[in-house]
Structure formats: structure tokens, C-alpha cells
Design a protein. Structure first.
Length: 71
């Protein structure tokens, strides 16, 4: 299961500024080992982006199931 561990919201008034800012933030999140989803919108000269960083979590052990040992 991939768990959300970081969310960033970016708002800019310039297309070039939003692109530079998004690239910078995505690189930072990926360097932390996160898989990044990007959602964006443009409306009346305002550019917004939502970055969602996910990371794989360990599979939980069920009550009746013990972890497998390597022998």
C-alpha cells in the first residue's frame, strides 16, 4: 500500500514561475524516495498545482499470520 506522506500546494501568477517551482518541488520529493502525483489547473492567469508524495509501506501482518523467517 502506498501511503501519502507529503502534500504541497503551489500557486503562481506566471506560467514560467509555476513550471520552475513545480520542477524544483518534484525533484525534492523524488530525492526523498517519494512517488509524486501532480494535479494542476489554470484559471484567469492563476496557476495552481497540488503535489502528492506517496511512499510504499510495509504490508501489515494479519492477526493469525506470523512473519516468515529466513532460515
Amino acid at each position: 500500500m502506498k501511503k501519502i506522506v507529503d502534500i504541497r500546494h503551489i500557486v503562481e501568477l506566471s506560467e514560467s514561475q509555476i513550471l520552475n517551482h513545480v520542477v524544483e518541488e518534484v525533484n525534492d520529493m523524488q530525492n526523498k524516495g517519494l512517488e509524486v502525483d501532480v494535479q494542476y489547473a489554470a484559471n484567469n492567469g492563476r496557476y495552481t498545482t497540488m503535489l502528492i508524495g506517496r511512499k510504499e509501506t510495509e504490508k501489515p501482518v494479519k492477526k493469525n499470520e506470523s512473519p516468515k523467517a529466513i532460515r
